[in-house]
Design a binder for this molecule. Structure first.
Ligand SMILES: CC(C)(COP(=O)([O-])OP(=O)([O-])OC[C@H]1O[C@@H](n2cnc3c(N)ncnc32)[C@H](O)[C@@H]1OP(=O)([O-])[O-])[C@@H](O)C(=O)NCCC(=O)NCCSC(=O)C[C@@](C)(O)CC(=O)[O-]
Length: 299
């Protein structure tokens, strides 16, 4: 059921960690609750000019947003709903829980599972984050506090990561005598290089947002409590661009990086072709000639 709500102060954990809140935290951001995908996952659509921005809030405070069955089902339901929403142009993934983005696998639930249940759960975590990575629209992980194990693996499946400076990131799985199982062994080295990824995964070491920025793991490190404001700024910027163009740019980069340069350039050509016949391309040229802002409709 769709319900109008205001998530101005509780959309993200940033204002609750004792740091000085920024001006934006006290603005009321009007959103529409699109879906309660589960007890612990809510999907909101921003309103008015921001209506192309969709936001997922993780809300499982008692377990620090650990990825238990209900949370995982809620995330997959949300990603599936967003994948078929033609009005969605950009997704922000946030936490409503103070000082944590996501604590990774639910270790209490795990204790009750036999080996085949563990295998099925890890496979399900991996495929859920692969689905997230494959969404056509850009995705932004908004991180204040801890992003650990599966929590960091979810963020690695997003296109961009924006952290408050109190954030702590790690893949601590080897300390639990397992390995990252939700894509971490593959996505971390692709992002930061083999050598740094190996060190972080072998040791399970927690790194600060500043260190994460310096190794290219995240896009921005903001003052503590301001990751949401920065992410919203970036999301608004993306939301104003030609929606087909942004989707095709994401596809060209993702698919092109998996193949050699010549095949990658073929992918680029194919993706460019998709933009050629859009009304938005003509609107962009008209707006330039008329010295006004373009108004894109996504077709
Ligand atoms: C997140 C901080 C820093 C907060 O640190 P804090 O703010 O000091 O909070 P806390 O440690 O007091 O935790 C508050 C409550 O949340 C619970 N909690 C907390 N985390 C979890 C969890 N993961 N699963 C289940 N419950 C969790 C914790 O047990 C506690 O419950 P209480 O004792 O009050 O009943 C700290 O709690 C922490 O370090 N948690 C553990 C992080 C961790 O090791 N995560 C698992 C990574 S392994 C993984 O993700 C595996 C994967 C996905 O790659 C593959 C696979 O599935 O196997």
């Amino acid at each position: 059921m769709a319900v109008f709500s205001s998530i101005g102060k509780r959309f993200c954990n940033q204002a609750l960690n004792g740091s000085k809140p920024s001006r934006l935290h006290f603005q009321s951001i009007r959103t529409l609750l699109l879906q309660s995908a589960s007890e612990s996952v809510k999907v909101h659509r921003h309103s008015d000019a921001d209506s192309g921005i969709v936001q997922i809030n993780m809300e499982r405070p008692e377990a620090k947003n650990a990825l238990g069955k209900d949370m995982l089902r809620g995330l997959l339901n949300s990603f599936e709903a967003i994948s078929t929403d033609p009005a969605a142009n950009v997704l922000m993934i946030c936490s409503s829980v103070s000082r944590v983005f996501c604590a990774g696998a639910d270790l209490k639930e795990r204790l009750t599972m036999n080996v085949s249940e563990v295998r099925a759960t890890v496979n399900s975590l991996r495929s859920t984050f692969t689905f997230l990575e494959a969404l056509e629209i850009p995705t932004i992980a908004v991180i204040e506090g801890a992003a650990l194990g599966g929590g960091l693996e979810m963020a690695l499946s997003c296109d961009l990561r924006i952290c408050g400076e109190d954030a702590k990131l790690a893949l601590p799985e080897t300390g639990l005598a397992v390995i990252p199982g939700a894509g971490g062994t593959q996505r971390l080295p692709r992002l930061v290089g083999k050598s740094i990824a190996k060190e972080l995964i072998f040791t399970g070491r927690k790194i600060s947002a500043r260190d994460a920025l310096s190794i290219g793991l995240i896009n921005y490190c903001t003052p503590a409590g301001e990751a949401y404001s920065k992410a919203l700024e970036v999301a608004r910027d993306i939301n104003q661009k030609g929606p087909v163009a942004v989707r095709m740019a994401k596809r060209a980069i993702n698919e092109g990086l998996e193949v050699n340069m010549a095949s990658g350039l073929d992918v680029e050509e194919e993706c460019y072709e998709q933009t050629l016949h859009t009304n938005d391309r003509l609107e962009g040229l008209d707006a330039f000639a008329e010295k006004r802002k373009p108004l894109y409709k996504g077709n």
